[in-house]
Design a protein around this ligand. Sequence first.
Ligand code: DAH
Length: 338
Amino acid sequence: MKYRIQALLQEVQNLTASNKEEVEQLRLKYLSKKGEISQLFSDFRNVAGDEKRIVGQMLNELKNTAQDKLNEMKDAFDNQAGADALDLSRSQSPIEFGTRHPLSIVKNEIIDIFSRLGFTVAEGPEIEDDWHVFGALNFPPEHPARDMQDTFFIEKNPDVLLRTHTSSVQSHVMTTQKPPIRVLCPGRVYRNEAISYRAHCFFHQVEGLYIDKNVSFADLKQALLYFAKEMFGENTQIRLRPSYFPFTEPSAEMDISCDLCGGKGCNFCKHTGWVEILGCGMVDPAVLEACGIDSKVYSGYAFGMGVERIANLKFRCKDLRMFSENDLRFLKQFDSAM
Ligand code: DAH
């Protein structure tokens, strides 16, 4: 029996296996109820009395060694499995997906709606000259209408300025393209305004321009009604109030019915039931002529809206500054909102 135990002890110490299943086979071979070591324990009762102590010790040592050895082998395979599951190509710090900026969401929605009416996108420079921003658009020099938009000029050359409105893109399009023209001009504009919760020195506009034969004010009104309903919902109503812009005649400002109170009057609409959203009108023949378009053949309409204003109406954001402060807690809220 002693020899048998010693032989088994050596055998167990030299055990090897190439996977977890083999370790389990070995455990069954040696340690299960009918295993070789268990068998020796059953045979133990036949050992002579004076040998019992020493044989018992040897048997326990064999059993413990076998258990330790098999556990050690199993652990090795477990750890290896863990190592295989470890993806070393993964980033240490998880990358968060960005969300679209609320102003981009609204701008894209505006472009989407007007593209269904056949408008395409045109863009122009933010750093402009006087003619494209004012001259071509019927703001004569010294005209008080220039004061409507507080302009950033370059001190050394007042002919270089930051555009105050995207209407300047009209001047580029009309001098470089032939009617029919149907463009939407999104972009950033700059004005020398004190920064507060309701004004900023830069903001965003989308300009629309349609020039063709026989374009009428009715066409303008229909396009804007379609836009209002698509943007703010089927029940939205519009109202056009006479206004003044140098580059349109007649000019109007458009209000939409306040969807907060359903037109009954609330704080948001200053108890009028209406909120202003854009300026518009028929392109002044003087503008067409200045840009080389025959005003006896062609007519057109134009409109311009502030993207922040539309975003505010959609998202009820109380402080305009939030749009340019890049606070992720704010910016993350909008991607699924539309
Ligand atoms: N450019 C004007 C502004 O920034 C907005 C505007 C009004 C654009 C009437 C237009 C228009 O095209 O027809 O205040």
